[in-house]
Design a protein around this ligand. Structure first.
Ligand SMILES: Cc1cc2nc3c(=O)[nH]c(=O)nc-3n(C[C@H](O)[C@H](O)[C@H](O)COP(=O)(O)OP(=O)(O)OC[C@H]3O[C@@H](n4cnc5c(N)ncnc54)[C@H](O)[C@@H]3O)c2cc1C
Length: 470
């Protein structure tokens, strides 16, 4: 139904009858206007636009606001959180867990532990020997609180960005802002700097940036390890879920699972070999990595829907066994997509940067995590060759484009490098750096390429981003 003046007014009547909004919810910028009979939202202007409220976008928005920028954080889901909330990726890998991510973990531990004694630090190497996870709704609440602390952030949920506003600027494209679909109506939002933290790279792609997708050949970026010939494949998608005891006599049907089940605060994954220890612990709530399926094109909604249907069919027996044993199953609303577009930037992080522990001059985040490329049979000794390495600022800056930064798993790196830095603590540090950089560029009226990177690094240092011992 098209929204026109008549049914809009009818809608208001219905709204008043069933809900009373606090007055603070109505902002001047949210005024609806009419052009003839058509409802329009006026063009908005901010200092920084962040698209995607996930593990990278939320810290990006908070960091930009903390630096004094007026920020709009746009999310297509009805709630912020990204993969931990909508794909049930509620387990954290890698490190260091610093800056805003450390605050998130502290809040999760304080407010929502599922059992045991979670640690804030996870040790030097990013692990404390135990596996901790939290409920998706806990991430949502903790993230909401962190966002609400910043007065300068307008959070816009249920508003997919559908296009990018671009103009020519010399031999580059300049991103001026984005177009969102808001309540069935397009709205344009402008800012000197936009951050693409979508996990899919949609903003950068619609701005005409160069994108990479699937495995390249190792010769493409001079890597010492990789495929001889590119196969264009991305990592498989996994349908995550949580099972929870609902009957007193419920006994977890461990024989139905070969792997992929995590009991909170347990030292090992649930497997037949450690069943006695597993039953002794008996917390009654489990995180499941369900069936994994290959999806050729994770940018295509039809193929993603097919992948989800296939994964669900593949795991129906396991879910039924759980139900029969006295457990209920909470299914993630979205299938977990590990890999989509990667944006080609001023530099490309390679697997040799990980093997050599490269610490670039323009480092904006520390990173520690093994190569974790699902669906690719890589020997363990190769996976573990990774040393602590640094993420360069130039990997956040898309080639040939002004006014745009990238954050999170979509930054510029090869597929193997991406399989390491895609984990949440690292995505969060990248986001925090991107937000700080975006505010510097926007408030100083300079290009994202021309900011003072030393100043950026010293600001990030001040926020504890490089202190891996915390
Ligand atoms: C199955 C699976 C298992 C994983 N396991 C682990 C693990 O054990 N530990 C770990 O640390 N990491 C794990 N990861 C990786 C990690 O969860 C992701 O790489 C990380 O969440 C990426 O963060 P991001 O902010 O870049 O993207 P996302 O988390 O994908 O967030 C992007 C946000 O942008 C929004 N968005 C997208 N398009 C638009 C649009 N057009 N308009 C508005 N909003 C938009 C999305 O709704 C989402 O909220 C796993 C991932 C998957 C899929």
């Amino acid at each position: 139904m098209a929204i026109n003046r008549r049914n809009f007014i009818k809608g208001i009547g219905a709204g008043v009858a069933c809900s009373v909004l606090p007055s603070s919810v109505v902002f001047a910028e949210n005024r609806k206007l009419f052009s003839g009979d058509r409802l329009v939202f006026p063009r908005l202007r901010y200092d920084v636009i962040v698209v995607g409220a996930g593990p990278a976008g939320i810290p990006a928005a908070i960091a930009a606001a903390r630096s004094g920028a007026r920020v709009v954080l746009i999310e297509e889901d009805m709630a912020p959180g990204g993969a931990p909330v909508d794909m049930f990726v509620t387990f954290m890998c890698g490190g260091p867990r610093v800056g805003l991510f450390r605050r998130l973990v502290q809040d999760l531990n304080r407010s929502y532990p599922l059992g045991g004694r979670p640690s804030d630090t996870f040790g030097e190497a990013g692990g404390d020997g135990k596996n901790h996870w939290w409920m998706p709704s806990s991430f949502q609440q903790a993230y909401q609180r962190m966002i609400a602390e910043q007065k300068n952030i307008t959070l816009m949920c249920g508003a997919p960005v559908v296009d990018t506003l671009v103009e020519a600027s010399g031999n580059r494209n300049r991103v001026k802002g984005v177009r969102v679909m808001r309540n069935g109506v397009f709205q344009e939002i402008e800012a000197p700097v936009t951050i693409d933290a979508t996990g899919t790279g949609l903003v950068a792609a619609t701005a005409g940036c160069q994108v990479m997708y699937g495995s390249e050949a190792k010769s493409d970026f001079g890597e010492s390890y990789g495929l001889e010939v590119s196969d264009g494949k991305v990592q498989p998608c996994t349908q995550m879920y949580i099972s929870q005891r609902v009957r007193n006599d419920a006994r977890f049907p461990i024989d139905s699972f070969k792997s992929g089940v995590l009991e909170n605060d347990h030292r090992r994954w649930a497997q037949e070999q450690n069943r006695e220890e597993f039953y002794r612990n008996n917390t009654g709530i489990f995180l499941h990595w369900g069936v994994s399926v290959f999806c050729k094109d994770t940018t295509d909604p039809v193929q993603v829907a097919e992948a989800q249907a296939k994964a669900l069919a593949g795991q129906s027996k396991m879910m039924q066994d759980l139900q029969d044993a006295g457990f209920c199953v909470h299914l993630a609303p979205k299938i977990g997509i590990r890999e989509c577009r990667r944006i080609k930037g001023e530099t490309v992080v390679t697997v040799d940067d990980l093997f050599n522990g490269t610490q670039p001059d323009d480092k904006i985040a520390d990173a520690r995590y093994a190569i974790d490329a699902w669906g690719w049979n890589i020997p363990e000794e190769v996976k573990r060759k990774v040393k602590p390495y640094g993420i360069p600022y130039r990997a956040l800056v898309p080639l040939d484009t002004e006014g745009l930064l990238t954050a999170g798993r979509i930054i510029s790196g090869t597929r193997l490098a991406h399989s390491s830095y895609r984990v949440q603590p690292i995505c969060s540090s990248i986001g925090e750096a991107a937000g700080t950089a975006a505010a510097m560029a926007s408030l100083n009226k300079t290009s994202v390429r021309n900011i003072d990177v030393r100043k950026l690094q010293s600001e990030l240092e001040g926020y504890g981003l490089f202190d891996a011992s915390k």
